[in-house]
Design a protein around this ligand. Structure first.
Ligand code: 5GP
Ligand code: ZN
Length: 119
């Protein structure tokens, strides 16, 4: 069923506590944890506890959870004290855009200058 945990999904395993992660915050609907291969001093992933392959699919099915994820970005930025200096939020969507884990996730990046457009 849509949204149900997938046995072969890394981020479902992090939600279930079966794979360790450095969790910075958790709510009823989302988990925020540090990226294992950080691209900036702050690099946190915010994921829904429910499984959808990407953000667009999640937004179509459970728009409130996308709102929870975006709200969490600000909480992460406040926690790492990067609200003033700025931060970037990214949903890579599709392999051609660099998505490698097909459980929706928001990247929150900051703590250094960020170029635009990205590579
Ligand atoms: P994507 O490329 O799909 O947008 O982002 C996936 C992110 O997940 C990458 O930035 C990658 O470093 C991160 N990642 C992959 N495996 C793990 C893991 O086991 N633990 C954590 N914390 N992050 C992971
Ligand atoms: Zn999953």
């Amino acid at each position: 069923m849509a949204g149900e945990p997938q046995a072969d999904c890394l981020f479902c395993k992090i939600v279930a506590g079966e794979v360790p992660a450095t969790i910075v915050h958790e709510t009823e609907t989302i988990v925020a944890f540090r990226d294992i291969n950080p691209q900036a001093p702050t690099h946190v992933l915010v994921i829904p506890k429910v499984h959808y392959p990407d953000a667009a699919t999640l937004a179509a099915a459970e728009p409130q959870v996308i709102a929870d994820i975006l709200r969490e970005a600000r909480t992460v930025a406040a926690g790492d004290d990067i609200e003033e200096t700025g931060y970037r939020v990214v949903f890579n969507t599709g392999a051609g855009a660099g998505q490698t884990v097909f459980h929706a996730h928001l990247h929150v990046l900051g703590g250094r200058g960020l170029q635009w457009p990205p590579g």
